[in-house]
Design a protein around this ligand. Structure first.
Ligand code: ATP
Length: 198
């Protein structure tokens, strides 16, 4: 009997910090796509946020590990941090495609980023190597992936939270604990992250 191709999910982002919206998307993908493995891949520097200086790599990785602790099918992959510089999804996807030639790759993406896919690096090659998956925003019935991309709409429940919102809340002393997993909230306080950003 032929074994079905391994289904691998790739979830990249700044994760500055990881929050409940990310966890929701990861859970929806694991469940609805029956992923065997999901890799969380923090970016060194997002091409779309060239002026942002994210929290230090070690802290972002630590928060990600805490958010996904205890899940055997989730792993943090530090390859973009190790490469350094601007992180392009095509470089990471090519690495996975080379190491797992039999696998079906799916990149998880926020639905707000879907219309921007044509601006990503190496569009044709990227679309040929990976599918995409997104949860539509509230009120949207579906997600339209612009050609040549293809992907799946997931039916997770959107969580109205962004990392910039959390950073602002921490800086201003507003409650943020309900927007991140409890261990992440604790670590943000202990590491004194985002407290005195300007
Ligand atoms: P920032 O507010 O700093 O721009 P962010 O919250 O969008 O950050 P990123 O780490 O840049 O977080 O996001 C990584 C990926 O997760 C992106 O594809 C983004 O669209 C997606 N994402 C972020 N927030 C949510 C959310 N609440 N629900 C679903 N997907 C999300």
């Amino acid at each position: 009997m032929m074994r079905a191709p391994k289904r691998i999910g790739l979830f990249g982002g700044s994760f500055d910090p990881v929050h409940n919206g990310h966890v929701m998307l990861a859970d929806a993908a694991l469940d609805e796509l029956s992923l065997e493995m999901l890799y969380l891949i923090p970016a060194a520097q997002s091409p779309f946020k060239p002026d942002d200086k994210p929290a230090d790599n070690a802290s972002r990785v630590q928060l990600l590990r805490l958010a996904f602790a205890g899940r055997e099918n989730c792993e943090v992959d530090e390859q973009e941090l190790q490469r350094g510089g601007t992180s392009y999804t095509i470089d990471t996807v090519r690495d996975y495609a080379a190491r797992h030639p039999e696998a079906e790759l799916t990149c998880l993406i926020g639905s707000d980023h879907v219309p921007m896919l044509p601006q990503w690096r190496d569009v044709d090659r990227l679309a040929g190597l990976t599918a995409f998956a997104a949860v539509p925003r509230p009120g949207e019935a579906t997600v339209d992936f612009p050609a040549p991309f293809h992907g799946k709409r997931l039916s997770g429940v959107p969580v109205d939270v962004s990392a910039s919102d959390i950073r602002a809340r921490v800086r201003e002393g507003q409650p943020f604990e309900h927007l991140v997993p409890p261990a992440v909230a604790e670590a943000i306080r202990e590491l004194k992250l985002y407290a005195d950003q300007t």
